[in-house]
Design a protein around this ligand. Sequence first.
Ligand SMILES: [Zn+2]
Length: 196
Amino acid sequence: MIQTIEPRSGVAFALRKGERLRVIDPQGEQVADLVAFNSHDLGEAISSGRSIDYASRIYLSTGDPIYSNRSRVMLRIGEDAVGRHDFLLSPCSAEMFRIIYGDERPHRGCFGNLAAALAPYGVAPDAIPTAFNVFMNVPVDPLTGTIRVEPPLSRAGDYTVFEAQMDLLIGLTACSAGQSNNFSYKPIHYEVLPGG
Ligand SMILES: [Zn+2]
């Protein structure tokens, strides 16, 4: 059954080993921040640094594993219509909106939404890792390393599938940052599919 994440909000749910998570961009140009924890030991979470290191590549897509801080594969990327995601930038947050956007009354962002959704499961805010930012488009200048946040390449109905390699607690948002979503806040859809 397809579930909806309302604009600028987030959810948490269990994803069992072998199940697949389909993250859908229903309207196009909308980012979803994804984090995952070992549901049996919340000290193990996805690791941007290890995943990028082992892939020797910053853009991950079909077939690529997402490793934990303990170098075990937590998720593997399956079918991927978009092929451009970010795994460098941390979830948008009230502090980020103050520092980069100059907002005086900032939204709590993906970070605040993830913290609220994950709190009932016992995840403290400081334990939230760099998210796998589904559909986020961050080109990097190869010479200077300068990054830009561009509109996502995802079009209405595009999706990416993630295959759970262990029992997981997932946090997932409809991102709250203007730049990341071409300055309109849209919903995200997702669906948990049985293994196979
Ligand atoms: Zn965000």
